[in-house]
Design a binder for this molecule. Structure first.
Ligand code: GLC
Length: 493
């Protein structure tokens, strides 16, 4: 694998100082690590911020920002750090009545005490859903990679999994397999009209439930329990229904749009299934035609009665690819879409968080006139370097899963990824590893951007690791069970 691509793609670019950049980035990264109870437990969100005197929370350990940190630690075989991080988070899983089972968005150690934020301390007092959904995923990736099954089967981990499942697997008013969440409950944590069933949360839910199944299966090896068996049956069914729901209501291509636009509206009764959410053809945005082109496809941002969110979200789509929510041909349709729209999505600083941005009255109404989410800035069409590795890993994983599929397209994707990597390599050190970039081309450092942002730094290090150091390590992200017959067909070197 490495051999096949090494000559064609690992172009040596004079003056790029790749080694030097990696060395400096690694040093910055080490500085972001903090100790809890005398042991390294994770990274703070950012090392610096221009307005240093403001009382901000960049010095806290955010669960979501530590996802790439922990994956990097797994790649580097620093298992103690990951185990301690998982363990500290588990201690902080809420036990109070209204939030029982929820993991905190962030935490910090102050005078020997851990202070967690479940939403009661953040701007706008928002509660995250993604932190809770990521925990079992990280836990399962850790157990599988490190072989530390005793942690996975321990009573506290198994109890944590059950508490979390209680939050998800229960009857609701919607009666659908999605998790219903308020606005701002994931990486996009300011009002952006992303309430209900936003893609990122639902894809994470899918990965979370699959990881819980793996962790429960581990424990089932050691003990027979009818309750556990029932939970497994229910969780498996939920995962299945959720995936079907996402593929049915979120996946769009030029072909599906032609059908959607001409289907009947105002359908009533149990047998009418063509337009369950009563979407009027007028809500389909005009930019979609060129965006989808002939053979592109993607998962839309959200489905809601009458008002689907057609915006493209990079993280939700990348995760759907990486975690196998999308079928192999759908993954390639997504790659084609990104390639076709690269001037938008990658531009000068890969990768744009969400497209297109809202402006005018829509921006006023939907963001509450939020100046940080001004069009082309921050969550509203801004460019976040930390997002590239998720998409990059999806491409690299696809290559390994399906080595013989569409070689031409995959060659183009490889080239695109290399270019994005070089573009970050050449810019980020000068731009002080900024958090996000503004404007339609993502050229300007974000107006309120922090600098030396940890997930910018570690995201780049991960990309370097998967491209140059150990390409096979990307397989640790694969949530498919590695049954002997499903093992990767290795490419001839
Ligand atoms: C911002 C981001 C959020 C991130 C946090 C810490 O609030 O929107 O996703 O976790 O900063 O970096």
């Amino acid at each position: 694998m490495a051999g096949r691509f090494s000559q064609k793609h690992q172009r040596v670019r004079p003056n790029s100082n790749e080694e030097q950049v990696i060395k400096r980035a690694s040093e910055h990264f080490e500085r972001s690590l903090v100790e809890v109870a005398g042991q390294v437990a994770g990274s703070i969100a950012a090392l610096e911020h221009p307005a240093k005197d403001e009382a901000l929370n960049y010095g806290e350990i955010f669960l979501r920002d530590n996802v790439p940190v922990m994956i990097y630690m797994l790649a580097k075989k620093r298992y103690d750090v990951v185990r301690h991080f998982l363990s500290v988070c588990l201690d902080l899983q809420s036990t109070t009545y209204q939030t029982r089972g929820v993991f905190p968005t962030s935490f910090v150690e102050e005078e020997g005490e851990l202070i967690a934020d479940y939403g009661q301390r953040s701007i706008g007092r928002i509660t995250s859903a993604d932190a809770s959904l990521w925990w079992p995923v990280l836990c399962w990736l850790y157990v599988r990679r490190s072989g530390d099954e005793s942690f996975g089967t321990s009573q506290r981990v198994q109890r944590g999994v059950q508490l979390l499942l209680d939050l998800v697997l229960h009857p609701t008013f919607e009666g659908t397999p999605v998790l219903f969440v308020p606005d701002c409950s994931f990486m996009i944590d300011r009002p952006m009209d992303v309430w209900g069933a936003p893609l990122e949360v639902e894809v994470l839910l899918h990965a979370c439930l699959r990881s819980c199944i793996e962790l429960m299966e581990l424990s089932r090896k050691n003990q027979v329990s009818r309750l556990l068996d029932q939970r497994l049956v229910l969780t498996r069914q939920w995962v299945h229904d959720l995936r079907q729901f996402l593929l049915k209501h979120y996946w769009v291509t030029s072909k599906t749009m032609q059908v959607l636009r001409r289907r009947p509206t105002e359908q009533y009764g149990e047998d009418q299934h063509q337009n369950e959410f009563n979407v009027q053809p007028q809500v389909v945005p005009s930019w979609l035609q060129d965006w989808l082109e002939n053979r592109g496809g993607y998962l839309i941002g959200n489905i809601r009665t009458g008002r689907p969110d057609f915006r493209f979200y990079s993280l939700g789509n990348s995760l759907a690819c990486m975690f196998g929510v999308l079928t192999a041909p759908q993954q390639r349709a997504l790659f084609r879409l990104v390639l076709h729209n690269r001037h938008h999505l990658m531009a000068q600083m890969p990768m744009r968080i969400c497209h297109p941005p809202m402006d005018g009255a829509e921006w006023e109404n939907k963001t509450g006139s939020d100046p940080k989410n001004w069009p082309w800035s921050y969550h509203n069409g801004g460019h976040w370097p930390s997002l590239l590795w998720f998409f990059g890993a999806s491409i690299l994983l696809h290559e390994r899963r399906y080595p013989d599929a569409d070689v031409l397209l995959m060659g183009q994707m490889r080239a695109l990824l290399e270019e994005c990597y070089w573009s970050q390599l050449n810019q980020l050190p000068r731009q002080k590893w900024a958090e996000y970039f503004d404007g339609p081309t993502g050229t300007w450092v974000g107006q309120q951007s922090r600098t030396y942002q940890t997930w910018t730094i570690v995201g780049f290090l991960l990309m370097h690791h998967f491209l140059r150091v150990a390409p096979e390590d990307v397989e640790m992200l694969d949530l498919e069970e590695l049954l002997p017959e499903k093992k990767y067909k290795k490419k001839p070197v």
